[in-house]
Design a protein around this ligand. Sequence first.
Ligand code: G3I
Length: 384
Amino acid sequence: MYKRRSFVFGLGVLVGAGASIITEKIKQPMADMWQKIEVARRDFTVVGEQPLRERAQAKGLIYGAASSYQELAKNVDLANRFAAECGILVPVNSMKWQELRPGPKTFDFNQGDWLAKFASERGMQLRGHTLIWHKALPDWFEANVNKQNAEQVMLEHIATVAGHYAGKMQSWDVVNEAIFPANGRSDGLRRTPWLEFLGPEYIDLAFQAAAQADPQALLVYNDHRLDYDTPEMEGRRVAVLKLLEGLKSRKTPVQALGIQGHLFANEMPFKPKKLRQFLSDVASLGLKIMITELDVTDRMLPGDIAVRDRLVAGVYQDYLDVVLDEPAVIGVLNWGLSDRYTWIAGVRPRDDGMAVRPLPLDQDFQRKLAWQAIARAFDNAPSR
Ligand code: G3I
């Protein structure tokens, strides 16, 4: 009896394994075929040569990107292309604690000031990123900040930094990535030094201090992984809404949600209705919305550049068609403008070792299909 049962069991395992190999064998070519159909059916036609900043402005929107002193100061070509395409600049790192704060009592505004001057001279707006975050903290932070002095350290930082740029900022990411439901708190907040030292009120405190230091800047709560139809991201959307509702109920001066928009091609299900509902829910709180760090990770796409660029452009098209349909959305920024400078190259590289292609301009600052998809989205967007 035992022999017969183990034989039947073994047969079952074989059939099961065979079936899964067969489905894999069929599934993959089907997926590739679908990608080719997907690629072929897209229309990325754009009328005219106007830059993205003009196409956005024509609809009452702002378009721009992140860059750095290192990229813009040493590369005139990029500087010119950047100013041509972007109506707003956000420093990648120059306004984070790590770059701004050489010591517990010192500030270094050199790079931030250079970027602010670059933006102003080129007719671009400026946005600040980020006043309070759990990352990019300077080496001295851990040994020098504690429960007793954290509030004073935080308030001094915000007053000094937001005060230094007061009147020059279109917006500030006042608090970045404070939500992390996986930490298990009922409020969905991320366990950070700020939360540990000051409790959940640190977020209210930060916004109040920023409003006092720069009453003209739009004050933004910025977060990521809010875009796809997965249990993790649904949990994050719920937690972000809960946070924003709480802030608004306490009359905390938060004025906008920043959705980073680090997108993935072919990795997670994208459900337009889900994202659209989330945008409506945020807008119903009286908040504006900005897409603050848009790019597309292409590691799961075929290596062929023509196919890959079309699929990446399709991700941009599908996402921006949803996002720009929401009137509360006032701006879209890429996290970088050219594939030559993208954080994705180092953090989400391709298995085949090919250069990643997440952004609107290629390595030589030439427009790609992604640029056309963004241009087309602005051209088709309802006016604000
Ligand atoms: O400048 C130092 C250099 O002197 C040193 O030799 C080198 C090696 O340690 O580090 C350099 O600093 C690095 C900095 O980028 C500039 O290249 C930091 O270590 C590195 O952590 C930092 O990474 C940045 C990261 O945020 C953390 O601040 C990325 O460039 C930046 O693209 C990324 O951007 C974040 C947003 O702020 C928030 N949303 C997600 C997004 C992507 O992770």
